[in-house]
Design a protein around this ligand. Sequence first.
Ligand code: CFM
Length: 536
Amino acid sequence: MKSQEFLDKVLESYPSKVMKNRKKHIIIKDSNEKQEIAANTRAIPGIITNRGCCYAGCKGVVVGPIIDMVHIVHGPVGCSYYAWNTRRNKGKIREGGKNFLEYCFTTDMQESDIVFGGEKKLAKAIDEAVELFKPNAISISATCPVGLIGDDINQIAKQAQQKHGIPVLAFNCEGYKGVSQSAGHHIANNKLMKDIVGTNDEEVIGKYKINLLGEYNIGGDEWEISRILNKVGYKVVTTMTGNSTYEEIARAHQADLNLVQCHRSINYIAEMIEIKYGAPWMKVNFIGVESMSTTLRHIAKYFGDEDLMAKTEEVIAEETEELLQEMATYKEKCEGKTAVLFVGGSRAHHYQGLLKEMGIETIVAGYEFGHRDDYEGRDIIPDIKLDADTRNIEEITVEKDEQKYNLRIPEDRLEALKKEIPLGDYAGMIKDMEDGTVLIDDLNHFETEMIIKALKPAFFGSGVKDKYMIQKMGVYSKQMHSYDYSGPYAGYRGAANFARDVVAGIFTPAWQYMKAPWKTQPILNGKVEEGVEKVC
Ligand code: CFM
């Protein structure tokens, strides 16, 4: 079915008000036009959205992976329980250090706390945590009821900090704030930046110092990325926040360059570090063989050292020699197949290259909670790159969205432009998709069903709420959030892991048993006697 036909069919199924809303969130890629898509708006009440909440974005995504902090959730036990290790952000204890990732800390609010307030309970929980675990720092995350009853978690944090002499950070990330987990990312970013980054000046030793931002070590991704970066010769000061410690984050301001993997969840910190400490950021992609190699080349180019560039090529050659052969075998099996990708705010974009390397084209993609810049890009200085060598630009005027902006290009940015390094730039998902493919923001279950029936993809990369509903329709679905207990999927070895898992999933013989046995044969033995009512 053609994209337009499919789109019409989806939209005409909706009541007119819903149709008008959803229409703005769906586009068919057309490279002849500058396309816009509605994103980061409220989900329509009653529609089954895949989104999470502000608490999920703050505690679950950004704050939670810091390994040596005790993360106390102030709220009902369910909010903690459902976030307990489900995201699989892994961490390794440092020598002499601590790691509390396996634990689940909650104040377990009850009805009486809602009526009389939960502040005392929270203070007691902090005391207990300090006594039992002696953490280096504590975070408190607020859930919905905390905001509704007005517990002052900031005051409790302040008092606890004085009492115990360790940092106690309060995050007002009540679930209902904003329209998705995206608001939680922002709240977490602001506080990490305000209270942790830049608080430790003990010198980080290393020649090429970098931070990995927006990398959460899901399934061990960060370990594979760091393995390669270390091999080239970089010093990773910290990763925010996968497998990181409080003190490593405190030294993040010493890095020379910030690499941004997930733009959506951490672009705020990247911007703030650049403004406050002067280290620029570069959008990278560690997913897929080609993206990994391109990223390594961009980083080396930024530092501009000949030896580093030579070492980069050496590592790329070494890592890809056998890998490319392995990938070719997967490609042979999958060539011509199609995929749908619907994940949070970055993976629906990042995995398209890797799937392409396997011969699989992504025909529909979308984010749960990405913003317009994650789709449309944020390259507000687009044409400068083309002739940066010939133009001496320090101040330029750019027109975007019928507005004029006067931009002052910092010197390092200008230098990077001349070297064609994409600093502070992100081209977004639309640009990388083929003409005629479909982009859907905040996909819902009804649309998921329509996609499967009309387009019959071989692979549906999605997750938490929809995996099994998709598989019940006969299409292989991979959990792109937790990797279905597999991984790592980033870097070179990760690419092979992903490809192997996807091939196994698509070609598993289990699909031939998709039809429930009672659909083809009776499940009761014996005869139904005359006069007895048939019940099945
Ligand atoms: Fe960034 Fe993420 Fe994602 Fe995200 Fe997430 Fe995640 Fe995700 Mo799940 S930080 S936006 S809020 S890459 S938890 S590690 S997989 S929805 S696409």
